[in-house]
Design a protein around this ligand. Structure first.
Ligand code: BG6
Length: 462
């Protein structure tokens, strides 16, 4: 029998902007706005207006999740929904009522609610007025929004996250053009990375000041491990810098309260260092996380760059490494991502040995598959055996890490119910529960029934 620790979270994760739909929302976030001005950028021109209709069907959705074995759910509070006046952080009462009902419904079903505060969904007005995360004014406003959330919901929500995958905001908005406003500017990217770290620390400071009984706060990072293409010194060096930029830039401030010195030196040498103050450094130092959420989908394999870093024009962090496709790797062709479950073990051991063995959980893992209708049986259930295999393999490696002492207390699948995704819209389906986007009929997939059995038994018979 493979058995997981007592009270293990068997759950799933989604986000407000990807599940709720835009019903009754006063402000647009950057994705709502991007869809308004450029619908063709989105798969099949499907925008976030309805998403999976969670705003209207949260009650029955949560019941279905419970039937699929989930004992906890992470979603996010949308800044652009909760706050009426973005300058003064006054709240919108309808939104407060909505999130209260979501939280109460989860608790009524015996599910642990986990709330995140920022899932790529900056209100677009704050980009237009201040330059979004480039601005320390926005960092302050975020801390005010966070405080409102803790005060309103902290009596029942005991697990919080400040951001989801802040590095994706840096890359998407400022480096690789997959999030509005699609800027390419390495120096701004560096400042934004710093500001997101500061925003997290300031929100944690607000949280700690409130002394919420049993309250814990963390952040959610996509800790994709970096593997060098070979033992050659130049490939190892490429992997070292990739790891510094992609992971340690957020991980070390969150856990140790300071940035990795080797990265700071490199940014100073390249003349792209962020602007900081002593007072901010103190906030970052004093406000580290209680626990960590780790999103893991695929490994990051790198090799030495083909071009000498200094010969590349504008500064970008990836001048120091090139992506590397390992021959013979397994790939989920629909999403183009390598499948490498062993990495969950490597993550577990890395946290155990190098990051104070801090409590952590898998906050996202999953397999996006397109056109899942082809796997529907006569009863209308999607037979997604590939997803069962995927989850089981990942859990097996995670279990090995736990057995060797890593303090992992849960596993959240992305996602409970097929939901809307950024530019991909509904192309790739990830849920344990399918969602017909035309009828909004939701049906537990074979993997959801299987998940219920492992959740009930807290593991499985070998
Ligand atoms: C994660 C994000 O990185 O990946 C989710 O936190 C996202 O918001 C998920 O939906 C899957 O990515 P995609 O692009 O296939 O939807």
């Amino acid at each position: 029998m493979i058995t997981f620790p007592d009270n293990f979270w068997w759950g799933a994760a989604t986000s407000g902007p990807q599940s709720e739909g835009r019903f009754n929302k006063k402000h647009a976030n950057v994705f709502d706005y991007h869809f308004e001005i450029e619908p063709t950028a989105f798969h099949n021109q499907v925008g976030p207006d309805t998403a999976s209709n969670f705003y209207n069907s949260y009650q029955s959705d949560i019941k279905l999740m419970r039937q699929a074995g989930m004992n906890s759910l992470r979603t996010s509070i949308q800044w652009s929904r909760l706050i009426d006046d973005l300058e003064t952080n006054t709240v919108n009462q309808e939104a407060v009522d909505f999130y209260n009902k979501v939280i109460d419904s989860q608790l009524a079903e015996g599910m642990t609610p986990v709330m995140n505060l920022h899932h790529f969904d900056l209100p677009v007005e704050l980009y237009d007025k201040y330059g979004g995360w480039e601005s320390k004014k926005v960092v302050e406003l975020f801390a005010g929004f966070a405080k409102q959330c803790f005060q309103l919901f902290g009596d029942r929500v005991k697990h919080w996250a400040t951001h989801n995958e802040p590095m994706v905001v840096v890359e998407g908005q400022y480096l690789f053009q997959f999030h509005y406003p699609n800027i390419v500017d390495g120096k701004k990217a560096v400042q934004v990375a710093y500001n997101l770290n500061l925003a997290s620390a300031l929100a944690i400071k607000e949280f700690k000041a409130l002394n919420i009984p049993d309250g814990k706060i963390g952040t959610i990072l996509n800790l994709t491990p970096t593997y060098a293409a070979s033992e050659k010194a130049e490939d190892q060096e490429a992997a070292r810098i990739a790891e510094l930029w992609n992971n340690k830039l957020f991980l070390e401030p969150a856990i140790f309260g300071h940035f990795p010195h080797e990265l700071e030196e490199l940014l100073v040498k390249d003349n792209v260092m962020w602007k900081t103050t002593e007072a901010e450094a103190q906030v970052i130092k004093e406000n580290t996380v209680d626990f960590l959420g780790v999103n893991y989908y695929h490994p990051n394999r790198v090799k030495a760059p083909d071009l000498a870093p200094d010969s590349v024009g504008a500064w970008m962090p990836d001048r120091y490494y090139d992506a590397y496709d390992m021959p013979g790797r397994r790939v989920n062709l629909d999403r183009g991502w390598e499948i490498y479950p062993e990495a969950l073990y490597d993550i577990a051991i890395n946290i155990r040995d190098n990051y104070k063995n801090i409590p952590w959980y898998v906050s996202e893992n999953g397999m996006g598959v397109s056109n899942e209708e082809r796997f529907k049986n006569q009863e209308g259930m999607i037979e997604d055996d590939y997803r069962i295999d995927f989850v089981k393999e990942h859990l097996t490696w995670l279990h090995k890490g736990i057995a060797e002492g890593s303090d992992c207390f849960g596993y959240h699948m992305w996602t409970p119910i097929d939901c809307w995704s950024w530019l991909n819209s509904y192309k790739n389906r990830y849920g344990f529960i399918s969602n017909d986007i035309h009828t909004q009929i939701k049906t537990i997939k074979k993997s959801g029934h299987w998940f219920k059995t492992i959740s009930d038994q807290n593991g499985w018979e070998e």
